[in-house]
Write a protein that binds this ligand. Structure first.
Ligand code: ASP
Ligand code: MG
Length: 418
């Protein structure tokens, strides 16, 4: 049994959905399909959440344009008589509108999950119906009923014990060959919807792979596989044929945007191979992520760029050194403001970190640190990570640029550049 995960870009149009069906029918194997919301739907729903919680005008037209986007796809795919899919999707939009009629709850993250979930509920409904119409019977599963999380809305933490009981019951493969379900969503024990964090569908696919102990997980994307750099940035980027789980974790950790960082751990535990491959070319094998095997890892340099970073330099005001107490105070401030630290450098009297600027909590974070520390920061810097660096690769990245900070280990070199 396999799990196939398809991202939003693969089903962002009627042609995309047709191509999806072609791939699924080509394989004719027992499978669970995990699907994201269509195209940029999650972004559109996030805008609706923001409008809802801040009580802005214009929500109706935002919902309407999202509905039109989906209706156009349905119109292209289904004969007008197939009203089943129209009714189902219509009913999701009614539920969404009904939620938006209410006043926002006091918890932003709760409202977020109750609204954003419709992207995946709708995409899976359309795709499941179209697959059926194309001759492949399949079962649509509401993943919220079996993938259970705690109530950390917007970042639901998996309840492994309960999910391990419920998921195999739900995906029993007795009279069903193909299941279609939502990535990114979960449900609490009291049946409230949660989400697993942006781009979380990969993680869903990995969790289901682990629990169902599948033979293989394939993540279908709009790139040929995992590349040694974002090809939109470096046009000579090359595909990595095979990498180890360890290497994949490192790449995702440093910010390579190919797979969600949490994806690898569950499949590594059960040694399930993961293929990252292109839905545009079924004959391309993509990148295989599996057990380490020395020669497997192509040790060519891999370049990862994070833009719009802030480099924060912190010194104690009282001439003390940066020792355990100061470090632990600082880390608890970072944790409190849920700021992800991308790089740390420590010296006797100063402590530097590189963080994402997009975080709206950054101002509060800096204000809180400034109570006991002297804080300086540079905005708009870039963090470049090179795995398997060599002098040529370093030269390529740093040539002509001001290096604010650098760090090298045997495998990894990182530069904060202006
Ligand atoms: N639809 C969600 C997002 O765009 C989850 C995913 O695509 O993985 O973040
Ligand atoms: Mg996506």
């Amino acid at each position: 049994m396999n799990i196939f995960k398809f991202g939003g870009a693969s089903v962002n149009s009627a042609d995309g959905v047709r191509n999806f069906v072609k791939i699924v029918q080509y394989y004719r194997e027992e499978m669970v399909i995990v699907l994201s919301a269509m195209g940029k739907t999650t972004n559109a729903l996030e805008e609706i959440v923001d409008a809802f919680v801040s009580k802005q005008e214009g929500i109706d037209s935002k919902v309407l344009s999202l509905q039109k986007y989906h209706t156009n796809i349905i119109n292209e795919l289904f004969p007008k008589k197939d009203d089943r899919v129209f009714l189902k999707v219509e009913s999701f939009f009614e539920q969404l509108r009904a939620y938006l009629q209410k006043s926002p709850s006091l918890i932003y993250e709760f409202d977020y999950d109750q609204i954003v979930c419709f992207g995946e509920l709708i995409s899976t409904t359309i795709v499941s119906e179209y697959l059926r119409l194309s001759g492949t019977p399949n079962k649509w599963v509401d993943i919220r009923t079996c993938l259970k999380t705690d109530d950390t809305y917007k970042e639901g933490r998996i309840d492994w014990e309960l999910s391990q009981k419920l998921v195999p019951q739900t995906f029993g493969f007795t009279n069903t060959f193909v299941y279609i379900t939502q990535g990114f969503l979960g449900g609490t024990t009291t049946n409230q919807t949660t989400t697993l964090g942006r781009e979380g569908s990969d993680y869903t696919a990995a969790i289901l792979s682990y629990i169902l102990d599948v033979d293989k997980l394939a993540i279908w994307k709009d790139v040929p596989g995992i590349m040694n750099a974002d090809p939109k940035w470096l046009s000579d980027a090359q595909k990595l044929e095979r990498i180890s789980y360890q290497e994949a974790i490192e790449l995702a950790f440093y910010g390579a945007k190919v797979i969600h960082p949490k994806t690898i751990q569950p499949i590594r535990k059960k040694k399930i191979p993961l293929q990252v491959r292109s839905f545009l070319d079924i004959n391309e094998s993509g990148t295989l992520i599996s057990m380490a095997y020395k020669k497997q890892d192509q040790l060519i340099p891999v370049y990862i760029r994070k833009q719009d970073q802030v480099l924060i330099s912190i010194r104690p005001c009282d001439f003390s050194f940066i020792l355990e107490e100061n470090l632990s105070a600082l880390f608890s401030i970072f944790a409190k403001h849920r700021t992800k630290v991308n790089l740390i450098q420590n010296s006797a009297i100063s402590f530097s970190v590189c963080v994402d600027n997009s975080d709206r909590r950054l101002k509060n974070l800096i204000a809180e640190i400034s109570i006991n520390f002297e804080v300086k920061y540079n905005e708009n810097v870039e963090l470049i990570t090179i795995r398997h660096h060599n002098s040529e690769a370093v030269e390529r990245m740093t040539n002509g640029r001001q290096i604010l900070l650098e760090q090298r280990s045997r495998d990894t070199a990182q530069f904060v550049l202006l």
